[in-house]
Design a protein around this ligand. Structure first.
Ligand SMILES: Nc1ncnc2c1ncn2[C@@H]1O[C@H](COP(=O)(O)OP(=O)(O)OP(=O)(O)O)[C@@H](O)[C@H]1O
Length: 735
């Protein structure tokens, strides 16, 4: 990792500035008398201002050497000549060079204070009306507010970009709002650690036992646990965790929790024998999901007559004879309002779905196919011979800038027109998405949910698929038989072995499954680079683009961070004709394979046929096509959708030469290279290995240590997730 250095000096001139995100290109006159081109997030920077910058030097193919800023300590100009160049630069609306000169001549080094605090004095100057003086003061004050906000955040080592986000949300009063309740930073929209918000609060003298602190901690715990998959927390656990977080007594937390329950910010309800505490949105989603599923079940669409004959014709048409369980699945799809279809790799799920699609077509049902990720939708569409979409796109998801929440065009008021919806890769659907999908279905719409319940759980909160299966309320067909074609593949055989707790065969006597023993993670990483760069493309004829490196972890030599660094250096090395752009610790280069790491509904994309749309989703993978010479935006090609990212969206992308198994959920690759290395205990589980193996279509190469493979295979512990959906469907308390 390159070292950071510091640079101190005065802003000489501004070359470029984006007022929306603060991205700035400027020339800095250092104290050593050198002029250095400097780029970074430096909102409202203006000539004359003093800066102490931390960052690193980069070589830009067109602009040569430039300093890329990570942190900045900034001081307003203090000397007369600095103030003059600051004001002359146009930094304040309504002040040009002539006015600036008059102001500084009259007020000297006090000029900025006068503008801010005694603007009426400005009207004494020739040619300045008091109205204009007030406008100047207003423009200067709003800049100062933003600056003070930035300085305030910088004291706690928070990123400058956060100031822009706060200002967007709270306008000129952002700093006051923040001082009143610093805990808002720990909320979903800003994602700051509770401990940092707490540090700010303490520095502001907010007492440790103040209600706002304890309430914020309770909400933070619920939110944090939702990120770990829990829909609710048992009251005792919530109180205990919060008391530990705050290092305070349980009574205080109980009081705060009761206050939140009274105000309905938290919902408390008995779920089986647990007193469950829910964030409001998750409670509403769970109750809605239960009610809507009941409704869809009660509208059971009995189409008994003639189905067998139809199935016979479909078999003939598709040149296939269904296995009994597959036939049952197709038949039940005709009869039931809601159907679950489960099975591991090669058990014939897709073939059954094709049958269901054909049957629905013959029944005259308008059918829609969907999946939780873009890749899963693409694959589903290809295999079923009709268009499939992501659930997000199907529902017209967008993002509210003011509340930070996802909104959907489709819902109860404007439902989907479909008569039937078939969803694949259901194991990845979390509770919020499930509730949104259900809201968009008309009463009587059929819902077929397909997936492999042994895959890793959804990233978001909930256990939706397994709750639905285990509720016993919904018709379920479990495909267990592995078809002969599929049985020939060692990938499929080994996946089933792992799923049953048996070690995969690592003897290399197979065509599509190989094991390369490397006990040391450094050698594991070296071997992975060699495989991807030369051996696989040259000896096995697999193009680099069709290989995906997976690893259980971010950390260590064989974790994503290091593997991405070494793979980038090998596959897309620094070249004079490839522009680069760094963002925090990451370095992006034209030609890099990258991944979107969170949903962003604002990214704009365009297809070659001119279709324009918005939205990129967590897990979408693309290639950096171009980095603008200003470094201010870059374009990424996602499967022919050319998306433009501005500087403030760069935190949402990461290199994707290697990714975690969790991130690869729902995707499939021709060839997977898996780093089988020891990692944190929570990652050494069967689900991780099983999911990794089942991502490979034609070739899987395990590189690493068989003890790690063994540990993962043996450990079938699934993280328990608190969720009440199964209980509600089984007839728990009606809501
Ligand atoms: N009834 C059948 N008769 C003969 N072959 C079948 C039948 N059903 C499925 N197959 C074959 O078995 C293999 C696996 O089927 P399919 O792709 O439908 O399974 P899947 O569960 O979707 O698998 P995966 O999840 O791995 O994609 C395919 O080669 C398919 O052609």
């Amino acid at each position: 990792m390159e070292e950071y250095s510091t640079l101190e000096g005065t802003v000489h001139s501004i070359i470029f500035q984006n007022p929306d995100n603060g991205y700035t290109v400027l020339r800095l006159l250092t104290d050593e008398g050198e002029v250095v081109n400097t780029v970074g997030c430096l909102p409202c920077a203006a000539p004359g201002e003093r800066m102490l910058l931390t960052g690193r030097m980069e070589v830009h193919p067109q602009h040569g050497e430039q300093f890329s800023v990570r942190d900045a300590e900034r001081r307003m100009p203090a000397e007369e000549d600095e103030i003059l160049s600051y004001l002359s630069s146009g930094a304040i609306k309504g002040v040009g060079p002539a006015t600036a000169a008059r102001m500084v001549e009259r007020f000297g080094s006090e000029t900025l204070d006068v503008i801010e605090r005694e603007p009426e004095k400005l009207a004494q100057l020739k040619g300045l009306t008091s109205k204009r003086a007030m406008e100047i003061a207003q423009s200067f004050r709003s800049q100062m507010e933003l600056r003070r906000l930035m300085e305030f955040l910088a004291r706690f080592e928070l990123p400058i970009v956060l100031a822009m986000l706060l200002e967007k949300r709270y306008g000129g009063t952002a700093l006051d709002v923040l001082r009143e309740n610093p805990y808002l930073l720990a909320g979903e929209a800003f994602g700051v650690e509770f401990s940092t918000a707490d540090e700010i609060a303490i520095s502001l003298g907010i007492p440790a036992d103040s209600a706002c602190r304890v309430e914020a901690a309770v909400l933070f715990e619920l939110d944090h646990n939702a990120d770990n998959g829990h829909v609710f927390l048992p009251r005792e656990k919530l109180i205990d965790a919060t008391a530990r977080l705050l290092d305070c007594g349980c009574e205080q937390v109980e009081q705060a929790l009761d206050g939140l329950v009274e105000r309905c910010a938290v919902v408390q309800e008995q779920v089986a024998n647990v007193t469950a505490c829910y964030l409001r949105r998750l409670y509403d989603a769970e109750c809605y999901a239960q009610r809507k599923i009941e409704l869809l079940l009660s509208a059971a669409a009995d189409q008994g007559g003639g189905v067998e004959e139809l199935i016979g014709r479909i078999e003939e048409e598709q040149g296939i004879s269904y296995a009994p369980a597959q036939r049952q699945a197709v038949e039940l799809a005709a009869r039931e309002g809601v159907l679950l279809l489960t099975g591991g790799p090669g058990t014939g799920k897709t073939t059954s779905v094709r049958g269901i699609v054909a049957l629905f077509r013959r029944m005259g049902l308008d059918t829609v196919l969907a999946a939780p990720t873009g890749r899963a939708a693409k694959r589903m569409g290809e295999l079923c011979g009709m268009e499939a979409q992501t659930i997000h796109r199907l529902l017209g998801m967008s993002f509210s800038e003011s509340t930070g929440e996802a909104t959907f065009i489709k819902g109860e008021k404007e439902p989907l027109e479909a008569d039937a919806v078939i969803v694949d890769e259901m194991s990845m659907v979390d509770l919020m998405l499930m509730a949104a999908l259900l809201r968009s279905l008309r009463p009587g719409c059929r819902l077929v949910m397909v997936g492999d319940p042994d895959q890793l759980s959804a990233v978001g909160a909930g256990n939706v698929f397994s709750d639905l299966i285990r509720s016993g309320r919904i018709a379920t067909v479990a495909l267990r038989e592995i078809f002969r074609q599929a049985e020939r593949s060692a990938i499929v055989r080994n996946a089933h072995a792992v799923n049953e707790g048996r070690l995969p065969a690592l003897d290399n006597g197979q065509e599509d499954f190989f094991f390369l023993r490397r006990r040391d993670p450094v050698r594991t990483a070296d071997t992975i680079v060699e495989l991807v760069q030369t051996r696989l493309p040259e000896k096995m004829g697999v193009p680099v683009e069709q290989i995906q490196v997976l690893t259980p972890t971010h950390k260590g030599e064989a974790g994503t961070v290091n593997l991405n660094r070494v793979l980038q250096a090998a596959l897309n090395p620094r070249r004079p004709d490839r522009r680069e752009r760094s963002w925090g610790e990451r370095l992006f280069r034209e030609g890099d394979r990258i991944m979107q790491t969170k949903n962003d509904y604002d990214v704009v994309w365009e297809k070659p046929d001119g279709t324009v749309g918005t939205g990129m989703f967590n897990g979408d993978v693309g290639r950096i096509e171009q980095i603008d010479p200003s470094g201010e935006w870059l374009t990424v090609n996602f499967d022919d959708r050319l998306a433009t990212y501005t500087a403030d969206q760069l935190s949402e992308i990461d290199l994707a030469y290697a990714m975690t198994v969790h991130k690869a959920q729902g995707s499939e690759y021709r060839c997977v290279v898996l780093a089988a290395v020891n990692a944190a205990p929570a990652l050494m589980v069967r689900g991780v290995l099983y999911t990794a193996i089942t991502r490979a279509r034609e070739l899987l190469i395990l590189v690493g240590d068989e003890t790690a493979v063994g540990r993962m295979t043996e450990n079938d512990r699934q993280q328990k997730r608190y969720s009440g959906l199964k209980w509600r469907l089984r007839g728990g308390k009606r809501s």
